[in-house]
Design a protein around this ligand. Structure first.
Ligand code: A2P
Length: 341
């Protein structure tokens, strides 16, 4: 089996570190890893399969110099904008975790359990985009239900962890919590989040758009349509909560016909990368406390609306750094490799 030279841009970041962990766990066919970050990290090391690897500076030339064949990008949109074209030009398959290329017509946006067929379009630009974290876990649930029952409309509210804002976001929350437990709640200006996150919830992720939705909410709407090749109405309210890791979502789905909850459970129990965890009487429902560091989207609290038999409500939780970023990106690469054979 062919082995690949794999670059990770953002190797010192939360998602970059997780990509190395996932690559190691799934025994990805690797010839050599090339960790890349900013000038600040040059000389630092990352561990992969028991060996240390020096971080190199991301430049236009480094991809060709190092012979990178698959390049994961998780260093923010600006870095992807600047360097992903050079990586693709050097012949690497780029899998981009940022939003920069996601809505470009000639760049596929892929969740391998939902639209693996779109991977083929990678050839146009050499780039495959990894969707927004909240979108990935939602389409894991929506896709099998849409196929079975036909979705008419989706309304989602998210409860998003600090990890969605990277390491700095997690650190800011930890510092605020520490200050609280030391009885000195820090009211200094937060740097990462728009307000203090500790002991708070913030209905504001990314910037506000002219239509009063946030950019995060519009990503969930537009990306769901692109991935599912569908155009049913979707509305989202994205909320940051003081959780370190794993996003939760409350989703209400209106279907074409009346909904049979037993059938829904049956379908979701067989859906790829989904774990049905729905025994409320035994206090069993998905929560970030045990879903973190797993590779599945957990779903529970499944119930039919009290007033309308076409409407279903459910709750899902997934580890944003893995399911919503690193694992999905690695699964894309694995599918792409399968398609090269
Ligand atoms: P560095 O540590 O050298 O700043 P997170 O999302 O957890 O905040 O991580 C962001 C990642 O993006 C880090 O690995 C960071 O590297 C990397 N990064 C930030 N700016 C650049 C840049 N200009 N070029 C390459 N990598 C960058």
């Amino acid at each position: 089996m062919k082995k690949y030279i794999v670059g990770v841009v953002g190797a010192s970041g939360a998602v970059g570190e997780e990509i190395f962990r996932v690559l190691e766990e799934c025994e990805f066919p690797i010839e050599r890893v090339v960790p890349l970050a900013s000038e600040r990290s040059v000389g630092k090391e990352i561990a992969f399969k028991g060996e240390k690897h020096k971080i190199l500076q991301t430049t236009d030339e480094v991809f060709a110099q190092e012979g990178v064949e698959i390049a994961f990008f998780s260093a923010g949109g600006k870095v992807s904008e600047q360097y992903a074209p050079s990586a693709a030009k050097a012949g690497a398959l780029v899998i981009d975790n940022t939003s920069h290329f996601r809505m470009d017509n000639d760049v596929p946006l892929v969740v391998p359990e939902v639209n693996p067929e779109d991977i083929e379009k990678w050839q146009k630009r050499g780039i495959i985009a990894n969707p927004n974290c909240s979108t990935i876990q939602m389409v894991h649930i929506l896709a099998p239900l849409h196929k079975a029952f036909g979705i008419k409309r989706v309304d989602v509210s998210t409860y998003q962890a600090a990890s969605g804002a990277g390491k700095r976001g997690m650190e800011e929350l930890v510092m605020q919590m520490q200050a609280f437990f030391a009885f000195k709640l820090d009211e200094s200006e937060p740097e990462v989040f728009p307000h203090r996150l500790a002991l708070n919830v913030i209905p504001h992720i990314d910037v506000f758009m002219p239509n009063d939705y946030t950019k995060e909410e519009m990503k969930m709407i537009n990306e769901t349509h692109k991935i599912m090749h569908a155009s049913f109405p979707v509305s989202a309210t994205c909320v940051r909560v003081p959780i370190l890791r794993s996003h939760s979502e409350s989703i209400s789905i209106a279907f074409e016909g009346e909904i049979d909850v037993k059938k829904v459970r049956e379908i979701l129990s067989q859906a790829p990368s989904v774990v049905l965890y729905d025994e409320p009487a035994r206090k069993r429902y998905p929560m970030p406390s045990f879903v973190s560091e797993t590779d599945q989207t957990y779903v529970g609290r499944i119930r039919r609306d009290n007033f309308d038999k076409h409407i279903l409500h459910l709750w899902c939780v997934a580890d944003q750094i893995r399911v919503g970023a690193a694992t999905n990106a690695v699964r894309i690469a694995q599918k792409w490799i399968e398609m090269q054979d």
